[in-house]
Design a protein around this ligand. Structure first.
Ligand SMILES: Cc1cc2nc3c(=O)[nH]c(=O)nc-3n(C[C@H](O)[C@H](O)[C@H](O)COP(=O)(O)O)c2cc1C
Length: 182
């Protein structure tokens, strides 16, 4: 697939077919992530791939963390998080993406984000649908404890064969977002 076709054709997918994703494809998606640029080539990204029962236990922990949040702050405050939890429950695979860096510099998180974008593009290239999910932050501590790693969670990526094409959202044009100075 042409790079620009992948860039423009990738959509956030929130409905997946009930069909497992071969582990080799998940490995290819992650490999694309590992070719991203990273600050000082630190490659701070780490990945935890969850399917089957392991994924169910993770989304149960997310659901429980969300319930805690809603009890404290109300359901209005939970925004899109219950929907994102439902997507992770339905997706055949979820990749949790970590940042191992300890300094807390923005460039370290940016590096991990670059890896995630590579992964979404490669997933699309392989005929898979994906969703970048930051709503795990509503239950970040519980999820980090559940997974038991000494790193910081950056995002979840839901992965599966798409059951929809995804809606193309309005995108700002180059002229709307750029100034050219001479
Ligand atoms: C950092 C980041 C966090 C996101 N978190 C969520 C999320 O938690 N739940 C969700 O449904 N979509 C999430 N998205 C997907 C965005 O809603 C989506 O990218 C945006 O609406 C544009 O649509 P597109 O990806 O199809 O171009 C996230 C995207 C990014 C880049």
């Amino acid at each position: 697939m042409e790079l620009i076709t992948a860039i423009k054709g990738r959509r956030s997918i929130r409905r997946f077919r009930d069909e497992p994703v071969p582990i080799e494809l998940i490995r290819e998606v992650i490999e694309a992530g590992t070719w991203a640029p990273s600050a000082k080539n630190g490659q701070q990204w780490r990945f935890t791939v969850l399917t089957g029962f392991a994924k169910k236990r993770l989304t149960d922990a997310f659901r429980a963390g969300l319930d805690d949040f809603i009890n404290r702050f109300g359901s209005e405050a939970s925004g899109s998080a219950p929907g994102s939890c439902r997507i992770m429950e339905e997706a055949p695979a979820v990749i949790m993406v970590w940042n191992t860096a300890e300094r807390g510099w923005p460039s370290e998180e940016h590096s991990v984000a670059a890896a995630i974008q590579n992964m979404l593009l490669r997933a699309h290239d392989l005929g898979l649908g994906s969703l970048w999910i930051a709503d795990i932050y509503y239950a970040k501590e519980r999820l980090e404890k559940h997974l038991g790693k000494p790193w910081k969670l950056i995002a979840a990526v839901a992965l599966g064969y798409p059951a929809t094409e995804g809606r193309t959202p309005p995108k700002l044009t180059v002229d709307e977002v750029t100034e050219f100075l001479e």
